[in-house]
Write a protein that binds this ligand. Structure first.
Ligand SMILES: CC(C)(COP(=O)(O)OP(=O)(O)OC[C@H]1O[C@@H](n2cnc3c(N)ncnc32)[C@H](O)[C@@H]1OP(=O)(O)O)[C@@H](O)C(=O)NCCC(=O)NCCS
Length: 188
């Protein structure tokens, strides 16, 4: 397996794995609830909407995601940015998530799309590349809602974060705590 991680830019948006390229869970929560993505015309609409959202986030914030390739094949995806770009956050009970004004970045997704490639250290690799990027850009912390007792969550289970040195910042919702990593203390 020869893997490579690239930052998302306008030129590789088509490589975002299928599940994520049309996912508006974090960005447009109300529409997400109303939409039936199984309809082909709806799927194209969602892809266009997500694409627009990503371009706007890139323009406002700079690099806001990573694609993991196995050879030429995109097999993993991560997405992050200012918490204000992810309105779904306010529906979670564990709060508050740090703001970009405080130099805190929110990690919305960490995903290995190919099931056969899970538990081989690729999620950790993807997370490490985000930490390196944000440390270099002098951000203060990275936060995410991880899930206890299941990996089925946009950014995965609590364990992957505890292993890298994140700590629980708030667990008002015990199943979906906010995990925080202090970049300038423990970053790459
Ligand atoms: C969660 C995910 C990102 C982890 O990436 P990965 O490459 O499989 O994980 P890694 O091999 O890098 O594991 C690193 C550490 O994370 C933790 N971990 C990973 N998968 C785990 C799981 N399923 N359960 C518990 N801990 C897990 C472990 O601590 C692991 O360290 P270890 O192997 O020494 O025990 C990946 O498995 C994934 O995307 N799963 C799908 C989750 C999903 O359904 N998301 C919904 C998408 S919207």
């Amino acid at each position: 397996m020869k893997t490579m991680i690239k930052a998302i830019t306008e030129s590789n948006l088509n490589d975002i794995p299928e599940t994520c390229s049309s996912c508006i869970y974090w960005s447009f929560p109300e529409e997400f609830e109303e939409t039936k993505p199984e309809l082909p015309e709806k799927k194209q609409e969602l892809i266009a909407k997500k694409r627009q959202w990503t371009i706007q986030t890139l323009n406002e914030f700079g690099s806001c995601g990573k694609i993991l390739y196995d050879g030429n094949l995109p097999v993993g995806y991560a997405e992050y940015g200012p918490s204000s770009r992810f309105p779904r956050i306010k529906e979670y009970k564990s709060q508050p998530v740090g703001k970009i004004e405080e130099r805190v970045v929110f990690l919305s997704c960490l995903y290995i799309a190919d099931r056969n490639l899970r538990r081989k250290g690729l999620g950790e690799k993807l997370l490490e590349s985000i930490i390196a990027d944000l440390t270099r850009r002098t951000f203060k912390a990275l936060e995410t809602f991880a899930r206890k007792s299941s990996p089925n969550n946009p950014s995965g289970p609590v364990e992957i974060y505890l292993k890298r040195g994140f700590y629980i910042k708030d667990d008002a919702d015990r199943e979906f705590p906010i995990m925080r990593f202090d970049l300038q203390v423990h970053g790459a």
